[in-house]
Write a protein that binds this ligand. Structure first.
Ligand SMILES: [Zn+2]
Length: 258
């Protein structure tokens, strides 16, 4: 067992069905609940190889195997579930527009309300989904009927025809209103870490770090580099030196802080 990740397999024979479940999970860290799943997977790989591949290999002896991978994605380009989804037939749940009947899958960009994305934003005055075909607003009270009439459709040809991928975001949820989602967006949009939670958990999309957007450690590093400090010299004003040593597989990494 790893502190960040627990992996175990469970096999049980029920009549003629053999079920194998691999569960990978780790505790939430720093308010981002979903991203550590993928980070935990990477960290747990260690010397034993890719834990996802290992888990899949354990199913090799079952001729009728069915493998499920599911997660919210983390960072664009580094997300395992994104990679797997992009290799699949990329299915979305298409809903018919109540006005023109055009089938479409719900995306955040088609959500509209007063002054969206500005400091004057007012989702509580009304949130609508704008049909991509007829441009008419769809109100949320039409969602249950649309959900009942929806259907999953693949959008690309996968490399492997057996690989089906399904994407769903919270705009479809019967339990979360578009108003609440819009309020979440407005509350999080200025903070990169909170915005990542919104993108990952609410939109079910990988988060893309845009140019100019920096995390706290990056700002601190930039501040250190821009200061006129000379390597190997203790600057004036330092009262106490502290050393820390990190033990790596082939070396010791020592740092000194003033
Ligand atoms: Zn329409």
């Amino acid at each position: 067992m790893n502190g960040l990740l627990n992996i175990f397999s469970y096999h049980r024979r029920v009549r003629n069905l053999v079920t194998g479940i691999v569960i990978a999970r780790c505790p939430p860290q720093k308010g981002i609940m979903d991203a550590p799943f993928e980070r935990g997977i990477n960290k747990a790989a260690g010397n034993e190889g890719d834990p996802v591949k290992l888990a899949v290999e354990r199913t090799n002896t079952f001729w009728n195997r069915l493998i499920f991978l599911y997660s919210t994605p983390s960072v664009k380009g580094a997300s395992r579930i994104e990679k797997s989804f992009l290799e699949s037939d990329q299915r979305y749940y298409f809903l018919p527009c109540p006005d023109c009947g055009h089938q479409q899958h719900l995306i955040w960009e088609r959500i509209e309300y007063a002054d969206k994305g500005t400091d004057r934003a007012d989702p509580e005055s009304g949130v609508y989904y704008i049909c991509e075909k007829c441009d008419r607003p769809i109100s949320e009270n039409q969602k249950p009927k649309m959900l009942r009439a929806g259907e999953w459709k693949p959008t690309v040809q996968p490399l492997d025809k057996r690989h089906a991928g399904f994407h769903l975001n919270r705009l479809y949820s019967p339990w979360v209103s578009w108003v609440d989602i819009a309020l979440d967006f407005e509350a999080s949009r200025k903070d990169p870490q909170q915005h990542q939670v919104f993108v990952n958990a609410t939109l079910g999309l990988p988060y893309e770090v845009v140019a100019g957007e920096q995390l706290e450690w990056q700002k601190l590093e930039a501040r250190g580099r821009s200061a006129n400090y000379k390597k190997g010299f203790v600057p004036n004003g330092a009262l106490l030196l502290t050393a820390g040593v990190d033990v790596q597989g082939d070396r010791l990494e020592c740092s000194i802080w003033g």
